[in-house]
Design a protein around this ligand. Structure first.
Ligand code: 5RP
Length: 217
């Protein structure tokens, strides 16, 4: 079952934690297993920087202090999930809508450990619709641009990100060159964040399987 695989990957990420550090923590159901597992080692951790309000609440519930990234400075370790991952460790993220915080924390972390179940491994990114966070007034304009790039954007109606923006989930994109696509879509005015993590992908992929956990680095 995918929950068992997610839990296995999440628990394996505990091995990467060093005592007394401020840890970067992502968002999603796999990360929730990681946060649950953190409860058993919380005396080892000084604090966490969180990528979303949802993870912040969950971390505080188990007694882990959450600090601002500006206060924490560069991080050694960031643990987060993904919606799709290639063997080159390029990712699609943002299914939970927290992609902007996730991209910022990934960028300033020395090591990004990505925890997934084996159902998320792909040869080519893009079967999962690519989340793009957009400034609300630019929504229709960005959607038209995304169509020019071959995508079929769908507004995640009713969803507002932690930063007050909207999400377009882009179907049917042909992502042959992930870093190039990431740059191209980032350049559209009004785009806040593209859920492609290719320029800064994961350093380590921990993949939960039926048998255990595979590691790719
Ligand atoms: C949230 C994310 C998540 O990491 C991604 O959606 C995977 O979520 P889950 O672990 O629930 O499958 O990028 O913005």
């Amino acid at each position: 079952m995918s929950d068992d695989k997610k839990r296995r990957a999440a628990e394996a990420a505990l091995d990467y934690i060093q005592p007394g550090e401020v840890l970067g923590v992502g968002t999603g159901s796999t990360v929730n297993f990681f946060i649950d597992a953190l409860a058993s080692v919380k005396s080892k951790i000084d604090a966490a920087v969180s990528s979303s309000q949802a993870s912040t609440e969950r971390l505080r519930q188990i007694g882990i202090p959450v600090v601002d990234l500006n206060t924490a400075g560069p991080l050694r370790l960031y643990v987060d999930g993904a919606d799709e991952a290639t063997r080159h460790r390029s990712l699609i993220k943002g299914g939970g809508g927290a992609l902007t915080g996730e991209k910022i924390i990934a960028e300033c972390s020395e090591t990004f450990v990505c925890i997934i179940d084996d159902g998320k491994q792909v040869n080519r990114l893009g079967a999962f619709p690519l989340p793009v966070e957009v400034i609300p007034m630019a929504r229709s304009m960005v959607a038209r641009e995304l169509v020019q790039h071959g995508g079929m954007p769908e507004w995640r109606e009713g969803f507002v990100t932690d930063h007050g923006n909207c999400i377009l989930d882009v179907h049917n994109l042909e992502i042959l060159d992930p870093p190039k696509m990431e740059d191209t879509l980032n350049d559209i005015p009004g785009v806040v964040t593209v859920g492609l993590f290719a320029r800064r992908g994961a350093d380590v992929l921990l993949i939960g399987t039926e048998q255990g956990v595979e590691s790719l680095s």
